[in-house]
Design a protein around this ligand. Structure first.
Ligand code: ADP
Ligand code: MG
Length: 273
């Protein structure tokens, strides 16, 4: 299945409902509903929307950690039935193994997949270089700053060359300056990581400028239950660096999206009234 541009569909989301059942009453609560869109190969997608609109719920379902209650959720044409090696997850809090060094943390996925051969070790070494951790490979997580920990987390997720990279507010816990650096680093890594050249990303954030800076397309979710409100292509040229944030195109798209997101959370009415 191809889109108009001829790129293969990576993730097909059609009429999806995902929710939670209350254990006591047995009643079902829909966190996302009537959700439908497609993500194509090599697309970097950002999802924004008000808090509680089901972004994490949706990402968990794509990761295979939550079942869908209704609809179709397909990766490469096959239904998602559980977690698998073709997807890597990065959360807000770096979840590193405290007893493993930086290098051993990054190697973890390859090791688990019995792929830590000469090529695997080279991949780990390349990634350490790529994410700017050269000289830190022997350190333990407790010796790292928040930004460094998220670099390790990112490198670990990239190490297995996942088909789909899932990121849930990975920079939200970082201070503003580190966050800015990491956004730039992620685009650089994304553009430079040749081994993972065929990768696709789903990046959740509530930071609209971050979404515009990183993404090829921004999906805006409505307030709970989350539905797709609009899909906004970001046509800023690549490679991007922080200078792009001063361009009129960046500011226009950011303002447009901020307005859209604020309408979803009902904030716009408050501001206007
Ligand atoms: N494990 C859970 N059990 C029951 N309800 C949940 C659970 N996780 C999230 N929810 C609810 O689902 C809705 C969507 O949550 P979430 O996906 O975390 O939103 P977001 O990531 O957009 O902030 C919220 O109303 C939240 O309270
Ligand atoms: Mg969330």
């Amino acid at each position: 299945m191809d889109d108009a541009t001829g790129r293969p569909v990576k993730l097909d989301v059609s009429d999806v409902c995902i929710g939670y059942r209350d254990r006591r009453s047995g009643s079902f609560f829909a966190a996302v509903q009537d959700l439908g869109f497609q993500i194509h190969e090599n697309e970097f997608i950002a999802i924004v929307g008000p808090s509680g609109c089901g972004k994490t719920t949706f990402l968990s379902a794509v990761a295979g950690l939550l079942p869908i209650a209704h609809g179709t959720l397909e990766l490469n044409g096959a239904p998602i039935t559980g977690p698998a090696e073709d997807r890597s997850l990065v959360f807000q809090q770096a979840s590193l193994f405290p007893w493993r060094t930086v290098a051993a943390n990054i190697a973890y996925g390859l090791e688990a997949q019995r792929r830590l051969d000469a090529a695997g070790r080279q991949r780990v070494a390349d990634l350490i270089e790529l994410v700017g951790l050269a000289g830190k490979e022997g350190k333990y997580p407790r010796e790292l700053s928040g930004g460094m920990s998220q670099r390790v987390n990112l490198a670990r997720a990239l190490a297995t060359d996942p088909d789909l990279l899932l990121l849930d507010e990975p920079f939200a816990a970082l201070d503003a300056q580190t966050r800015e650096v990491m956004q730039e680093e992620l685009t650089r890594i994304w553009q430079a990581d040749e081994a993972g050249a065929g990768k696709t990303a789903l990046f959740i954030t509530h930071d609209v400028p971050e979404a515009v800076f990183l993404a090829d397309r921004v999906l805006v979710f409505s307030a709970s239950p989350g539905r797709l409100v609009e899909s906004v292509p970001i046509d800023l040229p690549r490679p991007r660096n922080r200078d792009v944030k001063r361009s009129p195109e960046f500011m226009d798209q950011t303002e447009y999206l901020l307005d859209l997101v604020m309408r979803q959370s009902g904030l716009r009415q408050e501001v206007e009234s």
